[in-house]
Structures are given as C-alpha cells and as structure tokens.
Design a protein around this ligand. Structure first.
Ligand code: WTA
Length: 654
C-alpha cells in the first residue's frame, strides 16, 4: 500500500440478532464470554494459561507461558510437554470410546463410521507402521491423499510419534508436490492409488511417481493406500501398500510426549510471490486454539454432527477436521468428493442423510451452489442444521443472505470466520449465541486476539469510513512459528513493515460504527482510483448483488489519468452474452455499481467469462487478472488453475 487511507464504500445496515432458541441452548453464555474478554484484556497470558489448563492434557506442565526473548519467534508454554494425538484420541476413551468420531461418505456412496476407540487403534497401528519404516520424532512426512479417513489417520499417527507432517492437497500437480517434498526434506510420502473426485478417479500415485522420478532424494519410502483399485506400478524396495504396512502392527502405540513448541506440521501456502512458504505450526498452542475456537465459534454440543467441507490439504481441514473437533470429542463428517456429483444437491443430501447440525464451508462453494437455484436445497430436509459457517474470503452480503434464507431457513446464525494458514485458528468471528451480525462482516476478534487496523505509520485508524492494514498487536498461541528453513522470510513477510511491533496479516479492513471488522481484500489488491483507495471486495460485492451476476473479480489497470482504472471480470447468470447483449449488460452493470456504491467505483471495463481463475482452494487469482487486464504476457504459473481453458475468455480472445 502506498500513501493514503483506503476508503470504505460498502454500506450494509442490516444486523441479525442471535435467534432466541439458539441462545437458550448455547454452550457459552454472554456472561461467560464477557468474563473471558475481561480476563484476556486484563492479562492475556493469564487468559491463555487458564484455557491451556482447562483444555489440554499435559504430560509435563509449562514453566513459562510466553517466552518472547527471541521475538517475533515467540514460544508458547515453554517447558511443557504433551502429545497432540493423545489429546485428540486417548483422552476420550474413558467417556466416549464408542462415540462416532468420523462419519465418512465416499463420492460414489459407501459410508463408514469410525468410533473414537477404533480411530485410536487405527492411528496407533499406523504410527507403529511409521516407526517400522524408520520414521522418528522430527522427521518430515508428506501426505498426498484423497479426502478419506486415512488422511486424518496418517496426520494423527505422525503427531503420535512426533513426526512432522506436511499435507499437500491432492489436486496439486507433480511439480508442486516435488517442490514441497524437497523444501521439507521429507523422508516419507504417504499417498493413494487415487481418489474419487468429480465423477472419475484422480490419479494420485501416478502424479506421486512423476514427482519422485523428477528428483526427491530424501524420500526413502512411499506408503500407498488402496482406494480406487486402479492399476498402479509399485517400485520394489520403496513402495509399500498401506494394508501391508499395518498388517503385523500392534494396535497400541504409546503417544510420545513432545515439547509444547515441537513442530506439529508444515503447510505450504503459495504467497503472492515466489516459492511456496512452509508455514510451521507448533504443538500445544496450535492444538489449544484449534479446540478452543472450535468449541466457541461452533457452539460445540456433544450431539453435534460437524461438517467442515474443507479438504485436509488446507489449514481449515487441519484445524476443523483433523484436530480441533477431535480434541473436543466431536463427531465430524468427511466427504470425499465434489459438491456437484451426481448433481448440485449432493451437499444438501449429505446434510439430510447424516443429520448434520453445523455446516462450515467457503463463499466460493456457496456462490457456486446458489447458482443452481433455491429448488435444489429446498427439496432436502435441512432441519437438522442449526449453525452455518463461512471461511476463506469475504462473503458478499448477497451470498450471506442466500445462505441464511435458503440453507439456514432464517433460523440459523452464520459465523463468518476470518483467519489464515498462518494464524492456525479462527481469529475473528461472531460467537453465534451472543453477537449481532451484519451480513458480510466477521464482526469481532475472539478473546485474547488483539486485532487492530492501522495506517501506513502504524497508527490506529478509528474512522469507520477508512480502511487500513489489519494487524494483530499481541502474539497468540496458534500463531505460525516461522517459515520452514527461511526465518528471514518469516520476519520480512509478517513483521518488518511495522518494525516488529505487530503481526501484519496482509489484508485490508475497516470497522463500522458498531466496531465490527470488515475485510476489504488483500492489501496488494487495493485499487487506487484518482487518489481514492478502494478494496476489491466492495466493488465485487456490488456487482454480485445485481440479479444477472453470479461472480465478479475486480482489479486495477494502469491508467494515465486516474492512476488506476477498474477492470471487472464478471460471470453472468446463464449463457455469456455477446454483441449488443453484452454491450447492454455492461452499460447496465456500470450504472448499477455507480448507483450502489458511487461513480468512483464504476468499472471502466467489464469482461464476461464462464468462470474466474481460482487457486485450488477457491481463491480468485487477482494477480493473474491484473496481468491480463494490463495486456501483459502471463508469467505466473497457471498449471494449478482449476480451469485453464478460461484464459482465452479472460483475455477477450474467444
Ligand atoms: C482471506 C484460510 C474475509 C483473507 C483460513 C486471509 C477471509 C486469507 C476470510 C487466508 C473471511 C479468510 N473474510 N477474508 N472470513 N477468511 N479470508 O491462508 O484474505 O487459505 O488473509 O486461510 O483468506 O487464507 P488461507
């Protein structure tokens, strides 16, 4: 961001109160929440100590709650020891051994239910298999698997013996996998023959072989789960089937106590430039906040069936599939495949069949499913759902309202959760039984999270009209520890801008008159139009609120007069218009945005496409769009694009 403040133009006045029935049954009362805020404000270390005492089983107590001697490489709960897997599994065996931990549904059908006792045995057996393959504490293990229970078993098994896992999303290419294996220096790869996604088998083992044949000198062994039964070559001496690896293993494996800050996992995130960053998370602080936020934000109740649709390849799938809910003793649902197989009702059918109570997904999925009309979800019984969540991008008020009305039947609160791979757990979100929520805002930081918005000089921005850098003023337990193998990059990326005074999230945000936070997009994407600095979110939101628009992305294009002109890429409802129809719609949309948010935000160019370029986790690739809008040659890696064929449309060349 250069000089000047970012201006907020989105004007959302509605406020949704927590429904009375929801408040009555809530896990956390307004008074208890108040007490937590009060303690955290008075003494944040005391607050985290209390949570760590209440929520984690320790093998050895900590001697220092926060060691800041090497800031910003903070150490939480120094001297303490625990095992993360024991905290997710063994702790439940006395009271919940037969409770279902995982309900799994494959894309082709086929349901499995795994109890806490069974999961503990499976994890132990696999942990013994890892040990038998020579894996020990501190070794890195890369997991490249479909969304099946064995992915969680593999993660938990690593945690059980202190090995550091790094899950690579199954949709990534061989090249992306190889880079991550090599950066992590992994000794083992755990994969599958394939997985079912989008109606056909995905060839994971083939991609894994391609990655390894290109040079991954540190890999000694590959464990292969048989999922699709497709024919795959097995390299003698290196590859072993999962079933053979566990065949002779005992189903008990004592969890290894590790230091509180022992790395639990690395998770690679693309970042805006350069090579992927291995975000490193520790054990105790990460687990504590994954569990705490799960219970607080999702109003955890013993009878819940919690479905977070994220793949385990993303942080959301780590914190709210593999760790947080299991630490709480919850029942989670895992679904292997695509939301539109065999049709666009699949998600809702799963909710109906398994009586899902809490549903957590991304705005990109909501917008995609919204496109199929209300009739699809309305033909399923969604009455078991009591709470809805959103994560990953700003949810535009239009999608929020649809989610609330059609999926939530106007009785479910929505928690719009803001957080990042780096933060490990949810940082800002409504607490559903307490917070009055405007559609599109992630509302307030949770207790102990010192979020703030500052200007270029690091001063707090107080005016609701103005945006700035979203920062976190104090360390929190689930913060990233470093970037694997590159601590300088850690400091430079997250701390240097304000000389180590606070963590810089890289997002722009503003508050409203109620003190609620609104995320405006990534700082790097902020538009500068005639000296006005606008977040991308607000212009996109205005476009999407038009009845003929499904999705929109706006970027800046260099302009001699205005500095930047606004270039909008729009996915229209139905067929892409051409000729005079296209011209008419462009005119209509420009007038619409002008009316909704003001002439300043009126797009100079609008181009229609059947879809937008997105990363595999569903985020719009605005940097790529900027390159296209300015007519420059594409230098970015487009191999991970979900649909590479739309590039021609975006260039206006088809
Ligand atoms: C964006 C996902 C607005 C934001 C957990 C953040 C959001 C980045 C929200 C992190 C939200 C995530 N509202 N924006 N509720 N949640 N973001 O690392 O830009 O995949 O910095 O973590 O997604 O994405 P990541």
């Amino acid at each position: 961001m250069s000089e000047g403040n970012i201006k907020s133009i989105l004007n959302e006045e509605r406020l949704f109160q927590p429904p009375t029935d929801f408040v009555k049954q809530a896990a956390l009362s307004a008074t208890e929440l108040e007490q937590r805020y009060a303690l955290a404000a008075q003494d944040s270390n005391a607050y985290w100590e209390k949570m760590a005492t209440d929520l984690i089983v320790w093998d050895k107590p900590w001697s220092q709650v926060l060691d800041d001697s090497k800031a910003p490489n903070y150490k939480w709960f120094s001297g303490g020891e625990l095992n993360v897997s024991a905290n997710c599994l063994d702790v439940h065996l006395e009271t919940r051994a037969d409770k279902t931990a995982i309900i799994f549904e494959g894309e082709q059908g086929g349901v499995r239910r795994i109890s806490y006792a069974e999961l503990t045995s499976e994890v132990s057996r696999f942990a013994n298999a890892l040990k038998a393959s020579g894996i020990s504490c501190g070794d890195r293990v890369v997991i490249y698997m479909p969304m099946v229970p064995e992915a969680v078993i593999a993660m938990q098994a690593c945690a059980r013996i202190g090995a550091i896992h790094s899950v690579v999303f199954g949709g990534f290419s061989a090249v992306a996998l190889r880079d991550r294996i090599n950066d992590a220096g992994a000794r083992m790869l755990i994969t599958a023959d394939g997985g079912f996604r989008g109606g056909s088998p995905v060839e994971l083992k083939r991609a894994a072989d391609e990655a390894l044949s290109g040079g991954c000198p540190t890999i000694e062994r590959v464990i292969v789960l048989q999922r699709t039964k497709q024919d795959v070559p097995m390299k003698v001496g290196r590859d072993i089937w999962w079933s053979d690896a566990i065949a002779d293993q005992c189903d008990e494996c004592a969890p290894l106590p590790v230091e509180a800050s022992h790395p639990l996992f690395l998770l690679y995130t693309s970042g805006s430039t350069g090579k992927p960053k291995g975000v490193q998370h520790g054990s105790a602080g990460y687990l504590l906040n994954a569990r705490l936020t799960y219970e607080t934000v999702f109003d955890y109740q013993e009878t819940d069936v919690f479905w977070c649709t994220a793949d385990v390849g993303w942080i959301t799938g780590h914190s709210y599939v593999a760790y947080g809910p299991l630490a709480a003793g919850a029942t989670i649902l895992m679904y292997e495949g695509s939301p539109t197989v065999p049709d666009a009702g699949r998600f809702w059918k799963i909710c109906e069949t398994h009586k899902v109570t809490v549903f957590y997904t991304a705005p990109t999925a909501i917008r995609a499913l919204m496109r199929f009309g209300d009739e699809v979800p309305e033909s399923y019984d969604l009455s078991s759902i009591r709470l809805l969540g959103s994560v990953g991008e700003p949810i535009n008020p239009e999608a929020w309202t649809w989610y609330h009305r059609v999926i939530g039947r106007e009785v479910c609160p929505i928690v719009d959760t803001w957080w990042q791979t780096e933060t490990g757990g949810i940082m800002m979100s409504p607490v559903p039984s307490v917070t009055a929520t405007p559609p599109g805002s992630c509302t307030q930081p949770l207790p102990g999270i010192a979020a703030d918005i500052v200007d270029d000089q690091g001063n707090t921005v107080t005016s609701p009209e103005l945006g700035g850098y979203l920062v976190i003023r104090k360390p929190w337990p689930s913060m990233l520890q470093t970037i694997w193998g590159d601590n300088d990059r850690y400091i430079e990326t997250y701390w240097e801008k304000f000389h180590g005074r606070f963590y810089v999230a890289g997002d722009s945000a503003h508050t409203d008159k109620h003190g609620n936070f609104w995320i405006m997009g990534r700082i790097d994407d902020v538009l500068n139009v005639s000296g006005h600095r606008l977040g991308t979110m607000e212009v996109e939101s205005a476009l999407v609120s038009h009845e003929k628009v499904v999705e929109a992305a706006v970027v800046g294009r260099p302009d001699e007069i205005k500095g930047e002109a606004i270039f909008a890429y729009v996915v229209p409802c139905g067929a892409r218009p051409s000729g005079d129809d296209a011209k008419a719609l462009v005119k209509e949309l420009r007038a619409w945005v002008s009316k909704q948010v003001g002439p300043i935000a009126k797009p100079d160019n609008i181009r229609f496409a059947d879809s937008l370029p997105k990363t595999r986790s569903g985020k719009i690739m605005r940097r790529l769009l900027r390159t296209i809008a300015s007519g420059e040659a594409i230098t970015q890696d487009t191999s991970t694009l979900e649909d590479p064929s739309i590039l021609d449309q975006l260039r206006g060349e088809d």
